[in-house]
Every structure is written in structure tokens, then in C-alpha cells.
Ligand binder design. Structure first.
Ligand code: ZN
Length: 301
């Protein structure tokens, strides 16, 4: 008998990644398709399509991570900050189509689950995970269980009346508007013009450019304010910083982030708080989606 596996589907703002995942987080073939952004039905068709391509591998369940907040009572995916989608009954649609247990989770929560089970936060019982990419996602593990509420950590206010947030969010001074890859791109554009982006900002910092390092230091400061505040609420064993921008820029964010976090954290966390960089990289969303599938299979959701 082949080892038990599930299909994990990571629905991102630009692409959908799907693969067959084992309980230890290892995975085989991965399929990437572009995320249709012209409405719900094309999205469902793309989602069904990638699952169909993996069905021959005999999955026991399907897990889906999606960048939407989810109503726990009804399972409806309510809205997305960065996709034109509202009120989708994703879980029921996929369950009806494939007749398998289906788990649905916000992508930030799924990423936290992956880093906790298989990545940088293995063995911890309380974890705050942050993913700094185009936006800022996050998730929490509390008392040894994934917290299944919204955990929209990217929309914490870290600068009173600061810059307007991104996408459909009408807030101001949110973490996402100040520490995302998009925020880093804006900082790069202020230094070097419209063509510059976050990748250049990190490259210039690597080359020793003082302005680039200062800009990343400011971003790290805001990140640290959020980490200190989150620590005061959840007292996690560890904070994990990941996402494409977060992991790639971490060595230029770390010093100012830790300084700000330690300033804001209550004793004794002010000296002992632990922040680590994520281990799973681009795979965290896919692995997390698979682990959500295992939770559905195990009757945990
Ligand atoms: Zn926001």
C-alpha cells in the first residue's frame, strides 16, 4: 500500500500550486497554473483542473489554502484583500465535486501550520508566523493547535494614521502598508525612480548602499513594533518571519526589528523573545494546504 497522501492546493494571488503531500510535509509532483482573476467560476475551473490532474495518485483528502478570510460557522470564504472574490463556498464545491474530505483555510493560517509542523517552529506550542510578500499574511498556533480565526496580522495598525493600506483594505498604517514587498518597492522607487522594486532594494543593501540599508531598517522597525505587540498578547515560544520579501531581506530587517520588538515587549520577553526566519520558503503555502487536508481527514475540522 502506498503511503497515505493528500492533495494540497495553494491558491495565490498570481498562481495556483497543487501537489500530493505526505504527513511529514514532503511532496511529489507540483502543478502550477495562473490564478484566473476574472471571477469565481474561472477560479473554480482552475482549482478543479489541478485537483483532477493529481487524482490518479489516490489522495485521501484535499486541503486548500486561499487568501480570503473564512466564516468558521458556515465555511464560506468571505472576501479577499488582493483578489476580486467575495462569498465563495469553496469547501462545499470541492467536496461535492470530488467526494473526499476537504479542509479549507486562510493561506496565512496554512503557512503557520506548515512552519509549525515541518519548519522553523517545530516543537513549539505557541507560534506567531508572519509572511511578508506582496501583502502581509500571518497565522497563530496557540496551545498546540492552529488558531482558525482570521489572524489578519497584516492589518494590525503599527503607525497611527499612516499610509493607506493595500488592495481592498481601507485602513491606514497597517503592517501590510509598511512592511510588505510592495512597501519595499515604494521605498526603492523613492530612491531610484519608477522602475525600482524590492528586489533592487535588497540587492543594493547587499552591495553596501547606506540608503537601501536605512530604508530596510525603517521597514524592520515597523515589523518589530508589531512583533513586540503580538508578543505581549500571545507570548509565543517563537515568531517566524517568512514570505519572499521577509526571508530575502531578513538580515537587513533583523537588527531594527529586534530592537523595536524588545523595546515594546514586556519583561522578561524584552530580553528572551525569539524571532527566526522561516524554513519552508515558497513551499510553505503548499505544504500548509496539504496539512489542512490531513486535519480534514483526521476529523479535526
Ligand atoms: Zn489593511
Amino acid at each position: 500500500m502506498p503511503p497515505e497522501s493528500v492533495i494540497g492546493v495553494d491558491v495565490g494571488g498570481t498562481k495556483i500550486r497543487a501537489g500530493t503531500i505526505a504527513r511529514d510535509g514532503s511532496f511529489g509532483r507540483v502543478i502550477d497554473v495562473e490564478t484566473p482573476t476574472d471571477g469565481p467560476e474561472p477560479l473554480f475551473e482552475a482549482l478543479f483542473g489541478v485537483v483532477e490532474q493529481l487524482l490518479a495518485e489516490g489522495p485521501a483528502a484535499i486541503g486548500i489554502g486561499i487568501p480570503m478570510n473564512i466564516d468558521r460557522r458556515t465555511g464560506i470564504a468571505l472576501s479577499a484583500a488582493n483578489l476580486p472574490l467575495v462569498s465563495l463556498d469553496v469547501g462545499a464545491r470541492v467536496r461535492d465535486r470530488f467526494d473526499l474530505p476537504v479542509g479549507l483555510e486562510n493561506d496565512g493560517n496554512a503557512t503557520a501550520l506548515a512552519e509549525w509542523r515541518c519548519g522553523a517552529a517545530r516543537g513549539a506550542s505557541d507560534v506567531v508566523a508572519l509572511a511578508l510578500g506582496t501583502g502581509v499574511g500571518g497565522g497563530l498556533v496557540l496551545d498546540g493547535r492552529l488558531f482558525r480565526g482570521w489572524a489578519e496580522i497584516g492589518h494590525l495598525v503599527v503607525e497611527a494614521d499612516g499610509p493607506r493600506c493595500q488592495g481592498n483594505c481601507h485602513g491606514h498604517g497597517h503592517l501590510e502598508s509598511l512592511v510588505s514587498g510592495e512597501a519595499a518597492s515604494r521605498a526603492a522607487q523613492e530612491l531610484w525612480g519608477a522602475e525600482a522594486d524590492a528586489h533592487r532594494l535588497v540587492r543594493e543593501a547587499e552591495g553596501g548602499d547606506a540608503e537601501a540599508r536605512a530604508a530596510l531598517g525603517r521597514i524592520g522597525h515597523f515589523l518589530g513594533l508589531a512583533i513586540g505587540s503580538l508578543w505581549n498578547v500571545f507570548s509565543p515560544d517563537v515568531v517566524v518571519v517568512g514570505g519572499g520579501f521577509g526571508a530575502g531581506a531578513w538580515r537587513f530587517l533583523e537588527e531594527s526589528a529586534l530592537a523595536a520588538a524588545r523595546r515594546e515587549a514586556l519583561r522578561p520577553a524584552d530580553e528572551s523573545l525569539r524571532v527566526v526566519v522561516a524554513e519552508l520558503g515558497d513551499d510553505a503555502g503548499l505544504v500548509g494546504a496539504g496539512l489542512v487536508g490531513f486535519e480534514a481527514l483526521d476529523g479535526m475540522r
